[in-house]
Design a protein around this ligand. Structure first.
Ligand code: SF4
Length: 78
């Protein structure tokens, strides 16, 4: 059981929704990444998640192989 006391809603979600991948993307620390969750079989294998900002109101697939190191829209997770 995950202890929720003292965590912000965002920190709690990060603990509960464990990402499927690890990489050097700056997106992992960004407010706008919606990661592929561990055990999920639906999304293509070559993405780490979706960016909810760059092509708003649509989601942009963040590719596993094309590592984002800098981004004009980056916003630190709160
Ligand atoms: S805004 Fe930039 S850093 Fe944030 S998830 Fe989208 S692509 Fe990644």
């Amino acid at each position: 059981m995950i202890e929720a006391k003292g965590l912000t809603p965002r920190q709690f979600l990060d603990k509960v929704l464990e990402p499927d991948k690890e990489s050097d993307h700056i997106c992992w620390n960004c407010e706008f990444l919606k990661p592929v969750i561990k055990g999920s079989s639906f999304p293509p294998a070559d993405i780490i998640g979706w960016c909810m900002k760059i092509h708003w109101p649509y989601y942009w697939c963040v590719a596993d192989f094309n590592v984002v190191k800098k981004c004009y829209a980056f916003k630190q997770k709160g």
